[in-house]
Design a binder for this molecule. Structure first.
Ligand code: PLP
Length: 359
């Protein structure tokens, strides 16, 4: 009865993870209660939390001098938490602008720190990521922020920017899609609801030497240091989301075989979907091939009056959430880790048939 879900977030979760959560829902490992009902200070929950962190560290090869924080408030809260946590000595937040989420980060950041646009994809209509040579830091740069994958535009960095200041990355929609060199970053953050787990949890990975640079008026609950010093349990954490994320990490390790394998599958899924779009005049995607997102594939129909029909027929055929973001329209297929390759194959068949009969 489960349909193919291409939602940008909250996104599809691996079926085996949901089944395991279902099996353990009423009685976690014979302890007679649900994870949802456990004290976050109990040995049981602490073991769940520690295992999740250990698995994440193994998957992403997170170096020992980085802290992993399980926070709340979504990636949107990080737009403010980053300048609050790193801006204690002033200076200016530098940004690379490649889309709507970056724009929101810039707008929010300006409230706490002066701001400088170090590079922008505006000139090319947000269809290609600025190259390294184009990045111009301000003399007083405190950090450089970018969005590795713009979820709405489907624009993904093909490289990690080189910079002399701490690099901050919003990795909400491509974290865990492929291996990444964590040591290149100062701060990485991500809302959980795409490749990590259910909404409600926000992951932050921060280099230890950056924990002492907060603004003095820093609210306790927004401080990375508070979370680092208290094992992310200064207050009651989102325990069930943390547990479920742990099951996703376990799935990535044991069922998929790690991030190299995951990346291989993701590349295959994305390549065939883009090929289906490129090979058919009825569909189009404007992004420079090197920056096409492997997670979010936006596309338009040659005849936009058919958009509604496309979505209706897709839904009837079992393909959910293919509408583009409300701000841009068109279509978007989000093909995160948990979207099976078979779902992409079935979508391609549907798109080919739709173009044949309606195009
Ligand atoms: N950044 C990116 C790249 C996103 O895709 C999203 C949400 O889709 C956000 C930030 C906002 O995340 P949240 O809803 O967790 O605040």
């Amino acid at each position: 009865s489960r349909l193919f879900n291409f939602c940008a977030g909250p996104a599809a979760l691996p079926e085996v993870v949901l089944k395991r959560a279902q099996e353990e829902m009423l009685d976690w490992q014979g302890r007679g209660l649900s994870v949802m009902e456990m004290s976050h200070r109990s040995d049981e929950f602490v073991s769940i939390a520690e295992q999740a962190e250990a698995d994440l560290r193994e998957l992403l090869k997170i170096p020992a001098n980085y802290k992993v924080l399980f926070m709340q408030g979504g990636a949107s809260s990080q737009f403010a938490m980053v300048p609050l946590n790193l801006g204690g000595k002033g200076g200016s937040a530098n940004y690379i602008y490649t889309g709507i989420w970056g724009k929101k980060a810039i707008a929010e950041g300006k409230r706490y720190l002066s701001s400088h646009l170090a590079a922008s994809a505006e000139d090319n209509g947000l269809t290609a990521v600025p190259r390294q040579e184009a990045i111009q830091l301000s003399a007083d740069a405190t950090y450089l922020h970018y969005t590795s994958n713009e979820t709405i535009g489907g624009l993904e960095f093909d490289y990690i920017p080189e910079t002399s200041v701490p690099l901050v990355c919003d990795m909400s929609s491509d974290i865990l899609s492929a291996p990444i060199d964590i040591s290149r970053f100062g701060v990485i953050y991500a809302g959980a609801q795409k490749n990590i787990g259910p909404a409600g949890l926000t992951l932050v990975i921060v280099r230890e030497d950056l924990l002492d640079q907060a603004k003095p008026e820093m609210p306790t609950m927004f401080s990375y240091k508070t979370f680092a010093e208290n094992g992310s349990m200064y207050n009651t954490p989102p325990t069930f989301a943390w547990y479920l994320s742990g099951l996703v990490f376990d799935w990535l390790k044991k069922d998929i075989g790690g991030l190299d394998k995951m990346a291989e599958i993701n590349q295959r899924k994305a390549q065939k979907l883009y090929a289906a779009i490129d090979d058919n005049d009825f569909y189009a995607n404007p992004i420079a091939p090197i920056n096409r997102s492997i997670m979010n594939v936006p596309f338009t129909l040659a005849d936009s009056t058919l958009d509604k029909v496309f979505l209706q027929e897709a839904e009837k055929a079992g393909f959910l959430n293919l509408a583009g973001h409300r701000s841009v329209g068109g279509m978007r297929a989000s093909i995160y880790n948990a979207v099976p390759e078979a779902a992409v194959d079935a979508l391609i068949d549907f798109m080919t048939e739709f173009a044949k009969t309606r195009g």
